[in-house]
Design a protein around this ligand. Structure first.
Ligand code: IPE
Ligand code: IPE
Ligand code: MG
Length: 248
């Protein structure tokens, strides 16, 4: 039985989030520059997106560039931005073919104008696609997102649009850049690092975490299937007891 056949199609996560990590180490291991790792990571992005769409996952969020990543050497940041532009340009026809909608979270206005243009046109072109939404987290950090949400809510209180008592879990969620999306049931991080790195702090409150030592450019469809099978074998209790869950 292949790993893919072990997936229960009735228990699929609706939303998978991925911290794509280890590109630099992958390249270094081959005696190459870090950007070579980023370039090869594109293949894993394509495979993961394709596998998720084929299975029927509705949302895939990929952490592609964090707020903190701006602190990397300028040449790496520039190379990553160029790779982003060329990848979006190249992959938009595949998104169309596979009926995948592109979306972003993060401070997109921080990106170079060329990236903003390329993203805007890909988002526009794919906006009516319905099979899956591919969300790229770009210049994203969860603390930034939560801070922006707090500012928006504070302004609504100041303008008397809402009262303090109306601030709720739902209102906060509705003011995050992930508004309207279900929370990821499964979060995958590659490269053996066991941390969240400022990713979706609010949205991952009850997600199942899956860590693999595989470096991102080596991550395949089968690796994704392994993560989903592991997820499906977990008991999600949400504060309740195991007996309550089994009895439900
Ligand atoms: C992840 O790989 C890609 C980005 C953060 C843009 P890294 O570039 O972090 O690779 P390592 O962790 O240094 O190996
Ligand atoms: C997290 O990876 C950000 C992305 C994958 C885009 P990093 O490699 O930047 O994370 P840290 O800094 O090692 O935690
Ligand atoms: Mg890293």
């Amino acid at each position: 039985m292949s790993i893919k056949e072990k997936i229960d199609e009735n228990k699929l996560p609706e939303h998978i989030a991925v911290i794509m990590d280890g590109n630099g180490r992958w390249a270094k291991g081959k005696g190459k520059f870090r950007i070579f790792g980023h370039q090869n990571g594109v293949r894993s992005v394509r495979d993961t997106a394709e596998a998720c769409a084929e299975l029927g996952v509705k949302y895939l969020t990929l952490y592609a560039f964090s707020t903190e990543n701006w602190n990397r050497p300028k040449v790496e940041v520039m190379a990553l931005m160029e790779l982003l532009v060329s990848t979006i340009k190249k992959e938009t026809p595949t998104l169309m073919k596979n009926n995948i909608k592109l979306s972003t979270i993060g401070n997109i206005l921080d990106l170079p104008p060329k990236c903003i243009d390329e993203l805007t046109s890909a988002i526009e072109e794919t906006k009516n696609n319905t099979r899956m939404t591919l969300v790229l987290a770009l210049s994203y950090s969860s603390k930034w997102d939560i801070t922006e949400a707090v500012k928006k809510i504070a302004l609504q209180v100041k303008n008397n649009t809402i009262s303090v008592d109306q601030i709720s879990d739902e209102l906060i969620a509705a003011n995050l850049s992930t508004a309207g999306m279900p929370n990821p049931e499964l979060m995958i991080r590659t490269s053996g690092e066991h941390r969240i790195s400022n990713f979706l702090l609010w949205e991952l409150a009850y997600s199942e975490f899956y860590f693999t030592d595989k470096l991102w450019p080596d991550f395949t469809k089968d690796d994704l299937y392994h993560a989903i099978v592991a997820f499906q074998n977990r008991e999600r209790r949400f504060g309740k007891t195991s007996e309550q869950i089994k009895g439900a």
